[in-house]
Write a protein that binds this ligand. Sequence first.
Ligand code: HEC
Ligand code: HEC
Ligand code: HEC
Length: 112
Amino acid sequence: MRKLCVALSAVVLAAIFWVGAGPVWSQVPKDFKYEETKPMGPVTFSHKIHVTDKKLQCPDCHTKIFEMKKVAAPKMTMKVLNEGEFCGKCHNGGKAFSTKEAKDCSKCHAKK
Ligand code: HEC
Ligand code: HEC
Ligand code: HEC
């Protein structure tokens, strides 16, 4: 019984700590990859770089440009990005490096 109490209070403390660290929705998601990039290498999207390092706010992208779930991939082609949609809303040589510059392809696409 005593052991159970100790275990339960540990769970409760962990829960309080977790909430204290910030509600789940305000936490920055992990990096993820887009893989429909042949013959180029996959593209990693990093919330950490955009939000923590470059100081963008969630509403800069959500939900005007992107849903808060991974649904854009089938619609995201280089043609669409170059026309200024999705990543291309910023990656147009204005707010951020352009999707059209040959020297910058490898900033998004991993080398194979
Ligand atoms: C520079 C743009 C940008 C900013 C700023 C940004 N996000 Fe995102 N977020 C994305 C993209 C891109 C996706 C994936 C969308 C897709 O593939 O359809 C995404 C997806 C997500 C997802 C779903 C992840 C998954 O694995 O399904 C969550 C949750 C999310 N963002 C939360 C946030 C929160 C919270 C913030 C602010 C702290 C934030 N985002 C800021 C671009 C951004
Ligand atoms: C801002 C990041 C970014 C830059 C810069 C970029 N791309 Fe992409 N590229 C993407 C994303 C995102 C996709 C879509 C991946 C998906 O939907 O799975 C993509 C897809 C592709 C594809 C797959 C076929 C297609 O047309 O969609 C090719 C080929 C490609 N890129 C070539 C290039 C070349 C060449 C350059 C440089 C001139 C470049 N990309 C620059 C992000 C970028
Ligand atoms: C709301 C504007 C915005 C959107 C949308 C956006 N980015 Fe960015 N991104 C930035 C800014 C600003 C920087 C930093 C400035 C620069 O490097 O030119 C950046 C930097 C980057 C970098 C360079 C990271 C480094 O190592 O320095 C990569 C890679 C990148 N973005 C990929 C993407 C991809 C892929 C998407 C779409 C899935 C995307 N971005 C959508 C604004 C945006």
